[in-house]
Design a protein around this ligand. Structure first.
Ligand code: ADP
Ligand code: MG
Length: 394
């Protein structure tokens, strides 16, 4: 493979034909850390497989300690896995079976971490140039080529006017953009971003999210993004892999993850959710959106809900309902299909109002438009609409 004209290289350049296919393939990756005493810990990454397409903004999402960083560092070649295989742009960079483990600097990746590690004694320009200055002798570029590459990278992150400043004279957001420029300067095929925005304040974080997406659109790199922030993941990703305890729970589009979580962990981790213990009363076949069920969730009326999997009659399941997936109506004489509840609390949130409603033995969090108004202590009819309900296994 020619190193200057590889398809990988051209894929990272804006304006070139879009590449199709798998940019990153992770196959049955396992990584265990051993303590200083030699005892094996539980698997930090436990049989993770992923196929990430060119140009994706792919997010690893999960709680602290679930194995996101270890997965990312294994892709980068900074961590040696126990077993499995990793391919970048069709090239095997790690394989336990074939005993391949390409060093990090030969994997053509850019990396940005939470602590963006800008060198304070260097100028903005020299910070961005650094990866090119430390390239192996055989590959090192001319001073002119380095200058061109750095100027291009600084322009992309809009730091051109700051090139000659000391790096510490930049604001937090600018320093993070500089870290991005440095990661992109060698036109990596893949950008690995490990919680890169978590050190920024909330407002800056929001604008950097937009910035990052813009950068990606412009440079065309494939991004693997790590975060424990579900809002960030939902907003930025083409697809999300939700992880827990080293295991991938679900890989899907943000919308599918939110609306059709694969299990109770995903449902609870992504946004707020009401969980109701339920029993299947009826099953009817359905189309693309899965099976349609009628369940008894202990609210006094049968509730219709969809499920990705077939369920059997009388099976115990968990009914998941988002706070915004429940309707509130004034109580009616004959409220067929509606459950009757009592308003325990009302919290006005501006564009919406959050209610806590008691229905028999169940307490529900319900988010309604601000125009909907009920008083604390009053009665309401609660409507479970198909589309707002979802069933997972117990
Ligand atoms: P995340 O990035 O999702 O927070 P990590 O990949 O950092 O998770 O960690 C996964 C698991 O591996 C955790 O239990 C963590 O304590 C452990 N771990 C991570 N790095 C090391 C290390 N260098 N030595 C020992 N255990 C580690
Ligand atoms: Mg981490």
């Amino acid at each position: 493979m020619s190193s200057t004209q590889s398809p990988v290289r051209s894929a990272s350049r804006a304006g070139d034909d879009e590449q199709r296919g798998t940019a990153i393939a992770v196959d049955h990756l396992v990584k265990t850390y051993t303590s200083d005493h030699g005892d094996a810990h539980p698997r930090a990454v436990d049989d993770v497989s992923l196929a990430i397409e060119y140009g994706e903004f792919f997010t690893l999402l999960g709680p602290s300690g679930c194995g996101k960083t270890t997965t990312l560092r294994s892709i980068a070649g900074l961590e040696k896995p126990d077993s499995g295989e990793i391919e970048l742009a069709g090239q095997v960079v790690y394989s336990s079976r074939s005993r391949i483990n390409l060093p990090s600097d030969r994997r053509r990746i850019g990396m940005v971490f939470q602590s963006y590690a800008i060198w304070p004694h260097m100028s903005v320009f020299e910070n961005a140039a650094f990866p090119l200055r430390v390239e192996p002798r055989g590959r090192r570029r001319s001073e002119r080529a380095i200058r061109e590459a750095v100027e291009e990278a600084l322009e992309v992150v809009e730091l051109t006017p700051f090139a000659l400043r000391g790096a510490t004279q930049l604001s937090g957001g600018q320093q993070q953009r500089l870290a991005l420029a440095r990661a992109m300067v060698a036109h990596p095929q893949v950008m690995l971003l490990d919680e890169p925005l978590s050190n920024l304040d909330a407002k800056l974080r929001d604008s950097m999210r937009v910035e990052l997406k813009r950068l990606q659109a412009r440079s065309g790199f494939t991004a693997v993004y790590v975060t424990h922030d579900q809002t960030e993941a939902l907003a930025m990703s083409t697809r999300i892999a939700v992880m827990n305890a080293g295991v991938i729970q679900q890989v899907d589009s943000p919308r599918a993850i939110y609306e059709h979580p694969a299990n109770a962990f995903v449902a609870g981790f992504i946004g707020r959710m009401n969980f109701l213990t339920a029993k299947v009363l009826a099953v009817s076949e359905n189309g693309e959106d899965g099976v349609e069920l009628t369940v008894d969730a202990g609210v006094g009326v049968p509730v219709r809900a969809r499920s990705a999997q077939r369920r059997s009659l009388d099976e115990e399941v968990t009914l998941c309902v988002r706070p915004e997936g429940i309707g509130l109506l004034p109580p009616r004489e004959s409220s067929t299909g509606h459950a009757r509840g009592t308003v325990l609390s009302v919290q006005f949130l501006g564009e919406s109002t959050e209610y806590i409603i008691r229905v028999r033995e169940t307490t529900l969090i319900i988010r309604a438009e601000a125009s909907v108004r009920f008083e604390r202590g009053g009665e309401v009819d609660v409507e479970f609409a198909l589309g707002g309900t979802w069933v997972v296994g117990r």
